[in-house]
Write a protein that binds this ligand. Structure first.
Ligand code: ZN
Length: 685
C-alpha cells in the first residue's frame, strides 16, 4: 500500500478532527486496509499502554476509547452503505471487514491484561474520585468481562468458549433450517379463481412472486407478505388451511416437509447449553443470566408483570373472540372457527366496523407534511429546529441531511434521512449511529444518526403518500434518533442508545408513536395532498378507533410467547428436561383464546428466541410498551405538547442514556417505578 493511496482513503481519519463520512468517496477497496490499520493501531496501543504503566488510571479508558471510536467512525459508514447502497464488491469488503471486527471483539473480550487493568482501577483509590458516569463505565466494562467468562478458572474458560461456539452454530443452523423449510413450499395458480377475496395489491404481490421464479400466473409461498395475504383475504377456507398448515409446521416433524429440516433436536440442545452456560457463570438459570443486562431485575418481576397483564387481558380477549365468532357465524362461517379462520374473519369484521382502507387514507398523509408534523412535535417538546443542509455529501440524491439546532441557533447534532425504497437497499425501517457524542481536549464530536425507511417514492406529479402505518414507523424511528441525538453525556460507552438496557431501549421510540395519533397533529397536518382539506371527522374517528381493534387478542398472543420463552429458560431442569411443546401448551392453557391444532409447531419457527437475540427476553417488547405507555400517561395528563414535560423527558431519559440504570432514569422522570395501568388503557382495557 503506497503513501498516496493511504492519504486518499476516506476511512482513514482516526487521527483527524471529527467529521461526517465522505460517502461519495468511499470505495470497496478502502474498507479492509482502513480497518486493518485501525485494528493494528488499537492492539499496538493497548499492548504498549499495558507495558508502560505501573498503575491503571482513567487515561487508559480514554485512550482505549480513542482507538475504539476511530474504528466506529470508519465502520459505521461501511456498514450503513452495505445496507442502503449494496453492491457485490462492497458486500465482499464488508464481510471481510466484519470478520476482522468479530475476531477483534473476541480478542478484546478475552484479554486478561485489559480486564485486570479495569479491575485494578475499580479497586484503586482513584476510582472514588471519578464521576458517577465514569464509575458506571468501569462497572459496565467489568460486568461484560465477567459475562464473557474471563474471571473463570482456565478449564471453565475453555468450556465457556466451547459452549458459546456451539450455541452460535446451533442458532445459525436453526435459522438456516427455517429458511430452507420456508423456501421449500410454494403453490402456483394459473388463474385467480382460488384466490378470490385478495385485493389487487395482494394479487400483484403474488404475481410478482411467480414472475421472480420465472413462472406465469400467481404464486403463494411462505414468505410473510404472501402468507399474510392468504390468511387475511382468501375466501377459500381450504386454501387458508393448506397455507396455514405449511407455515406453522416449518422445520418440524409435521406438515408437508415433515422431518426434512426438523429444528426439534436443536431446540433441546440450545436449552440445555444455555442452562449450562448460566450455571457456569454462577447464575441459577438462563433467565437470571439474561436479566443481568436488563432493566427488569429478577425473573419474579418479569413473571409478575406478565401474569398481571394476563389477568386483565384475558376477559377482554375472550369477549373480543366471542364477538368475532358471532360475527363470523352471522356471515355464514362454519363453526367452530379454526386457527386459519381468525385473520380472515378479523379483517372482514374490521371492514364492517371501521371501513378503512389505505387507499382512502393515503392522500391525507403526504410525506412532506408528515415530516413537518414530526419536526413540529420535536420543536414543541424540546425547542429544537431541524434545519436542512444540502451541502452535506450523501450516498444518494434522495437522502436529506438535517442539523438539529437549539433556540439560540447552536447546532448540536445531525441526522441523515433516507426514506424511499430502492433496489439496492435492505427492506424495513431502522435507526443507526453515525457518530457518537464525544468531548476531547481539542474538540467536541457531535452525535449523528441515520434514519432509514422504505416508503413508496413519488410517482410523476404525485408525491410520496404514506399509510398511517408508515407515519407511525417514521415517528418510531425518529424517537430512536432523538435518544441518540439529544444526549448530553460525553462518553460514547454510555451515551445515546449505546449500552441502554435492551428492555428499555424501545421506550423513546414507542413513546414517540403516540403523537401521530394525536388530534392536534391529525387536524393540522393530515390534509389532502391536492385540496389541502382536513381529513373528514368521521374518517379520523375511524382511524383512531382502529388503534384498539382486537388489541386484547393481540396482547394475549404476545403474553403466550413471552410466558413460554420465560418458562422454557426459567424452569429448565437438566436432570429431567420437559418437552418444550409441553411448556408452550402450558402457556397456552394460561392465556390463549384462539384454538390451535395440536400439530402446530410454533416453536420450531420461533427464531426470536432460538435463532436471534431474544432468548429469555421476549417479554422485552411488552416491558418497553409498558414504559412508553406509562411515560405517555404523563404527557396526556400534563398536555401532550407541554414543554416542561418534554424537558423532563429530555433531561431524565434522553440526555442521560445508559449513564445510569434505566430504572433510575424512569423514576426520575415519572416519580415512581413503571406501572402497567396505562399500558392496559392504551390497549383499550
Ligand atoms: Zn424500535
Amino acid at each position: 500500500m503506497d503513501g498516496t493511496y493511504r492519504m486518499r482513503n476516506p476511512l482513514r481519519h482516526s487521527s483527524q478532527a471529527f467529521h461526517l463520512p465522505d460517502f461519495p468517496a468511499i470505495r470497496p477497496e478502502h474498507v479492509v486496509p482502513a480497518i486493518d490499520e485501525l485494528l493494528i493501531n488499537y492492539r499496538d496501543g493497548v499492548e504498549k499502554w499495558l507495558g508502560s504503566r505501573s498503575r491503571p488510571d482513567w487515561a487508559m479508558v480514554e485512550a482505549e476509547l480513542d482507538w475504539a471510536d476511530g474504528l466506529d467512525r470508519a465502520w459505521s459508514p461501511v456498514s450503513h452503505l452495505n445496507s442502503v447502497a449494496d453492491t457485490g464488491a462492497l458486500r465482499k469488503a464488508y464481510n471481510e471487514g466484519l470478520e476482522r471486527l468479530t475476531e477483534h471483539e473476541n480478542w478484546r473480550q478475552q484479554h486478561q491484561g485489559i480486564f485486570l487493568a479495569y479491575q485494578e482501577l475499580r479497586q484503586s483509590a482513584q476510582f472514588e474520585e471519578l464521576s458517577p458516569v465514569q464509575q458506571r463505565i468501569i462497572e459496565l466494562e467489568l460486568r461484560d468481562f465477567f459475562l464473557a467468562g474471563i474471571a473463570l478458572p482456565d478449564e471453565d474458560q475453555a468450556v465457556y468458549r466451547e459452549l458459546v461456539l456451539r450455541m452460535s452454530k446451533l442458532g445459525s443452523r436453526f435459522g438456516e433450517n427455517l429458511q430452507d423449510a420456508t423456501r421449500a413450499w410454494a403453490k402456483e395458480f394459473q388463474n385467480t379463481r382460488q384466490l378470490q377475496g385478495l385485493p389487487e395489491a395482494e394479487l400483484n404481490l403474488l404475481a410478482g412472486l411467480a414472475h421472480s421464479r420465472g413462472k406465469e400466473g400467481w404464486l403463494v409461498d411462505l414468505s410473510h407478505p404472501s402468507f399474510n395475504a392468504v390468511m387475511t383475504y382468501a375466501q377459500e377456507r381450504g386454501l387458508r388451511k393448506e397455507v396455514y398448515t405449511a407455515y406453522v409446521t416449518r422445520a418440524s416433524d409435521q406438515g408437508p416437509t415433515a422431518g426434512q429440516w426438523d429444528n426439534t433436536p436443536l431446540i433441546d440442545e440450545l436449552l440445555a447449553l444455555r442452562h449450562q452456560l448460566a450455571r457456569l457463570l454462577g447464575f441459577k438459570n438462563y433467565v437470571e443470566f439474561s436479566l443481568s443486562r436488563r432493566m427488569a431485575d429478577t425473573p419474579e418481576t418479569v413473571l409478575c408483570f406478565l401474569q398481571g397483564l394476563a389477568v386483565k387481558a384475558l376477559p377482554a380477549a375472550r369477549k373480543q373472540y366471542a364477538e368475532l365468532e358471532s360475527f363470523a357465524q352471522e356471515q355464514g362461517a362454519q363453526r367452530p372457527l379454526k386457527a386459519w379462520d381468525i385473520a380472515y374473519w378479523s379483517e372482514r369484521f374490521r371492514q364492517v366496523e371501521l371501513n378503512l382502507s389505505d387507499e382512502v387514507l393515503k392522500p391525507f398523509f403526504p410525506m412532506e407534511r408528515m415530516l413537518d408534523a414530526l419536526f413540529h412535535t420535536a420543536g414543541q417538546l424540546f425547542g429544537i429546529m431541524m434545519v436542512p443542509d444540502h451541502s452535506i455529501a450523501t450516498w444518494h440524491q434522495d437522502v436529506r441531511f438535517f442539523w438539529l439546532q437549539d433556540d439560540s441557533g447552536c447546532r448540536f447534532a445531525g441526522l441523515f434521512m433516507d426514506l424511499f425504497t430502492r433496489n439496492d437497499k435492505r427492506g424495513g425501517a431502522w435507526m443507526d449511529v453515525c457518530l457518537s457524542r464525544r468531548q476531547t481536549k481539542e474538540a467536541i464530536q457531535l452525535p449523528m444518526a441515520y434514519l432509514t425507511c422504505n416508503f413508496a417514492p413519488p410517482v410523476g406529479e404525485q408525491p410520496c403518500l404514506m399509510t398511517h402505518d408508515d407515519v407511525q414507523t417514521l415517528f418510531h424511528e425518529f424517537g430512536h434518533c432523538l435518544h441518540h441525538l439529544l444526549t448530553e453525556i460525553e462518553w460514547p460507552q454510555v451515551n445515546g442508545i449505546n449500552n441502554v438496557e435492551w428492555d428499555a431501549i424501545e421506550l423513546p421510540s414507542q413513546l414517540f408513536e403516540n403523537w401521530c395519533w394525536e388530534d392536534e397533529i391529525l387536524s393540522k397536518f393530515a390534509r389532502h395532498y391536492k385540496t389541502g382539506l382536513q381529513m373528514p371527522e368521521d374518517l379520523k374517528d375511524r382511524l383512531v378507533r382502529s388503534r384498539h381493534f382486537h388489541k386484547a387478542l393481540f396482547l394475549v398472543r404476545q403474553l403466550e410467547y413471552a410466558l413460554c420463552d420465560l418458562h422454557l429458560h426459567l424452569d429448565y431442569d437438566p436432570e429431567n428436561p420437559r418437552a418444550p411443546l409441553d411448556v408452550l401448551n402450558q402457556a397456552r392453557e394460561q392465556v390463549a383464546v384462539i384454538p390451535v391444532p395440536d400439530w402446530n409447531r410454533f416453536l420450531n419457527g420461533f427464531s426470536h428466541i432460538f435463532g436471534g437475540g431474544y432468548a429469555a427476553g421476549y417479554y422485552s417488547y411488552l416491558w418497553a410498551e409498558q414504559l412508553a405507555a406509562d411515560a405517555w400517561g404523563c404527557f396526556r395528563h400534563e398536555g401532550v405538547f407541554k414543554a416542561e414535560t418534554g424537558k423532563a423527558l429530555r433531561d431524565e431519559i434522553l440526555a442521560v442514556g445508559a449513564s445510569r440504570p434505566a430504572m433510575e432514569s424512569f423514576i426520575a422522570f415519572r416519580g415512581r417505578p413503571p406501572e402497567p395501568g396505562p399500558l392496559l388503557e392504551s390497549y383499550g382495557l
